[in-house]
Ligand binder design. Structure first.
Ligand SMILES: *Cc1c(COP(=O)(O)O)cnc(C)c1O
Length: 435
């Protein structure tokens, strides 16, 4: 694939370069950014800041500003690193995972009358685009042990109108992709992987997010790694579309070669069933740099999450009625974005709502978690009947109301992890005694 050379700007050493950047950032701005990223107060802090400031003054006399702030070499470097990490090509850095989903949905020429199968439990981002164009959302029930979509239920809900299946690897635990891909292939349906939580997860040795026709990862601030708060990577397995991915991020503009009278060209993007118009989900060079820095240390981040998850599993294993997250399935390597805990209310003598109430009382933050999206008001507004849908997702209803919660696995000290596990064990014990 030809790398974009963007003939419009000349930021090099000509007599009169045409700079890509309007107003540049200056030394005062840089100091504000340092104060923002490294907060503090007091004399020692102010002294350190003053020392940095003195050096920045010197630097300012000899340094040059970046020639580009949007979609430049930093974004390209982050994409190259993601290609390497994900063992794919054409990784495209976009504003967020939702923008990546949008490209995939547009490739499918999704419109009113089409159906999209999504899991009953996810975040609204998975389904906002189909909803926004009037496509019909069909909710697949979940597997009670993983809270991921149950392929058997997906198969039952396929109709002649089904255009896409969107597996969500919730909490970073991989879906059963072989089963989903087989159903999709048999029915000529596109698969978009919502890998928002699953950057780096593996399914049978393959990187999650690179198995379906499209996949998108999120680098929003709460995810496993971030590009200064917002960002996403979208990938594709559709060979014919791969060369268009980066143009699909910016209106389909083609800056590689000028056309008549120094004009650039804009192309319609080739969708599966016809052309589509691309929108703008560009990212900044600062985001590109931020993503590269965090992906470079991502193995360490994943190792820390894994160690915390294994500790929780070790503590909770063997307690009757408590099911720790499966950390031993040889087919999958999760990212432990979240830790999935389920309980058996019959044995524990109460449901997960009671358990969470007790945890809150013990000072373990009540974790707001993912739930059945057909309960949201926005769906009612667009004519969805939540009672009727709930009847088609009985496992989801039971698991959501009575059995599951996610637990945090990152950024906790050893002592905090220990306290959280103690609190769970104590709470379950109390429930068993009817307290
Ligand atoms: C965070 C999240 C998204 C959206 O990611 P953005 O980068 O914020 O668009 C999609 N799906 C799930 C399950 C998420 O948790």
């Amino acid at each position: 694939m030809a790398k974009s050379t963007d003939f419009r700007y000349n930021t090099g050493a000509t007599r009169v370069p045409w700079p890509a950047v309007g107003e540049n950032y200056n030394k005062e701005d840089l100091m504000a950014i340092i104060r923002f990223l490294m907060k503090g107060e007091g004399e020692e802090y102010e002294n350190a800041i003053a020392a940095v400031e003195a050096q920045v003054e010197k630097l300012d006399k000899i340094a040059t500003p970046p020639g580009k702030l949007s979609l430049g070499p930093q974004v390209e470097a982050a994409e190259a690193l993601c290609d390497e990490y994900l063992e794919t090509t054409g990784s495209t850095f976009v504003a967020n995972a939702t923008a990546g989903f949008e490209i995939a949905y547009k490739y499918a020429n999704l419109q009113a009358g089409d159906e999209v199968i999504v899991p009953a439990i996810t975040f609204i981002a998975t389904m906002a685009y189909p909803l926004s164009v009037g496509a019909k959302l069909v909710f697949a029930d979940i597997d009670p042990m993983t809270c991921n979509m149950d392929p058997k239920d997906v198969e039952k809900k396929i109709t002649a109108k089904t255009k896409m299946i969107v597996p969500v690897h919730i909490g970073g635990y991989p879906c059963d992709m072989d089963a989903i891909m087989e159903i999709a292939k048999k029915n000529n349906i596109l698969v978009l992987e919502d890998a928002a939580h699953a950057f780096g997860a593996l399914y049978k040795g393959k990187k999650i997010g690179t198995i379906g026709d499209f996949g998108a990862y999120s680098f929003h601030e709460v995810k496993n790694c971030t590009s200064f708060g917002e960002g996403g990577i979208v990938t594709t397995n559709v060979e014919a579309f791969r060369p268009f991915m980066k143009r699909a991020r910016f209106f389909g503009c083609n800056f590689d070669t000028p056309i008549h009278n120094w004009l650039y060209d804009v192309n319609a993007m080739p969708g599966k069933y016809g052309p589509f118009v691309a929108l703008n989900s560009s990212t900044t060079e600062i985001q590109g740099l931020g993503l590269k820095l965090q992906v470079e240390r991502y193995d360490k981040i994943l190792a820390e999450r894994k160690a915390a998850a294994e500790y929780i599993t070790k503590r909770l294993k063997g307690i009757p009625g408590v099911n720790p997250q499966d950390t031993e399935n040889p087919d999958v390597v999760p990212t432990y974005h979240l830790y999935l805990l389920t309980i058996d209310p019959e044995i524990v003598g109460g449901n997960v709502q009671t358990l969470k109430q007790k945890l809150t009382e013990k000072g373990v933050t009540n974790i707001p978690h993912f739930g059945p999206l057909y309960h949201f008001d926005v769906l009612k507004t667009f004519g969805y009947d939540k009672e009727a849908i709930a009847k088609t997702c009985p496992v989801c209803e039971e698991v959501f109301n009575n059995r599951f919660t996610h637990l945090p696995v990152y950024g906790l000290s050893g002592e905090q992890l220990e306290y959280m596990c103690d609190a769970i064990i104590e709470a379950v014990e109390e429930m068993k005694q009817g307290k």
